[in-house]
Ligand binder design. Structure first.
Ligand code: AMP
Ligand code: MG
Length: 308
């Protein structure tokens, strides 16, 4: 091949490479009661999207707290469960301890009493709340999407894709490096639609998980009742926060912490961050003020930095 032909062939190859690199395969999946958006870059992106969807649907079956066929139902009935299920249950108990009980994986009865499983929302009576709190039944709704993110990242590694961004209903999981080591830019939802355009930058494989009072709620007599429960009162957490975003390499930890920090509020949440090394957080208060821990690469708006 002459020099020119070689150069042309190389250029064509590069162009083809760029086309593969720049256009991700995409798939929308409805799963775990939410809409998920998968974007995968690489040679077999579409095949990978299909594999991710299968894995998500399988996880939904395994961890759906309301399903008799779930691993949770089996575990609660004292039946043997897989090693993976045992590991997950051990991890959620450890996360409960780490957060002083603010993340509580056994609030199924409480969430049920408020109607968040059925959609028949109601304010339970104090007696109903006490009864629900006295009956610990597993519901992994507070961690399952984060766990899904970490499992899917492992699957993407097996599938040898280039990189991916998975938006699992507000839980974002990135996978792999962007060309040139550029960070991923993850937009944070503005809890009150007040025109905030905050963006978190992360590099490589990371979980960026948000818990917010706008994600699932009902209103009665002008009061907003949302889906994140204070395990001590049995009422939706009322800690002055509209949302908390946690940035952490470990998906399940990110998800448990986002829920826990939402319950704990800014002050106690900050104390938990100071006692930890493995995550960063962005707190958005109900009055719109924003606080971010010093390692959170936040841009796009005004905020106060929380230092060590
Ligand atoms: P997230 O959106 O990750 O904060 O999780 C909220 C979901 O977790 C709810 O829809 C419930 O299924 C469950 N949940 C509610 N309150 C708690 C809590 N304090 N600890 C753990 N899980 C909770
Ligand atoms: Mg969570």
């Amino acid at each position: 091949m002459g020099k020119r032909a070689l150069a042309a062939a190389l250029a064509a190859l590069l162009l083809a490479g760029c086309a593969v690199q720049q256009t991700p395969a995409e798939k929308t999946v409805f799963c775990m009661d939410t809409v998920m958006e998968l974007r995968v870059w690489g040679r077999d992106g579409q095949t990978a999207c299909d594999a991710l969807e299968d894995a998500l649907l399988e996880m939904d079956r395994t961890w759906n707290a309301s399903s008799e066929a779930s691993a949770l139902a089996a575990y609660q009935a004292g039946e043997p469960v897989s090693q993976e299920a045992q590991d997950v249950l051990a991890r959620v108990q450890a996360l409960k301890e780490r957060t002083g009980g603010a993340f509580d994986p056994q609030l199924y009865r409480l969430t049920e009493a408020w109607g968040f499983f059925s959609g028949d929302y109601r304010v339970p009576t104090p007696a109903e709340i006490q009864a629900a709190l006295a009956d610990p039944v597993y519901d992994l709704g507070g961690v399952i999407k984060g766990y899904a993110g970490e499992k899917l990242a492992a699957l993407l590694s097996e599938l040898e894709v280039d990189r991916a961004v998975l938006n699992l209903g507000g839980n974002v999981q990135t996978y792999g490096e962007k060309p040139g080591g550029e960070p991923w830019q993850i937009a944070l939802q503005d809890p009150r639609g007040a025109g905030q355009n905050l963006v978190v930058s992360v590099t490589g494989t990371m979980a960026v998980v948000t818990s917010g009072d706008y994600q699932r709620y009902f209103e009665l007599d002008g009061v907003r009742y949302h889906h994140i429960m204070d395990p001590w009162t049995g009422y939706p957490a009322d800690s002055g926060l509209a949302s908390v975003t946690v940035i952490c390499a470990d998906g399940m930890t990110a998800d448990a912490l986002s829920t826990a920090l939402f319950v704990l509020g800014l002050e106690e949440g900050t104390a938990l961050w100071r006692a930890s090394e493995d995550f960063e957080a962005v707190f958005i208060l109900t009055d719109g003020q924003v606080y971010a821990t010093q390692g959170a690469a936040l841009s796009g708006g005004k905020y106060q930095v929380i230092s060590r």
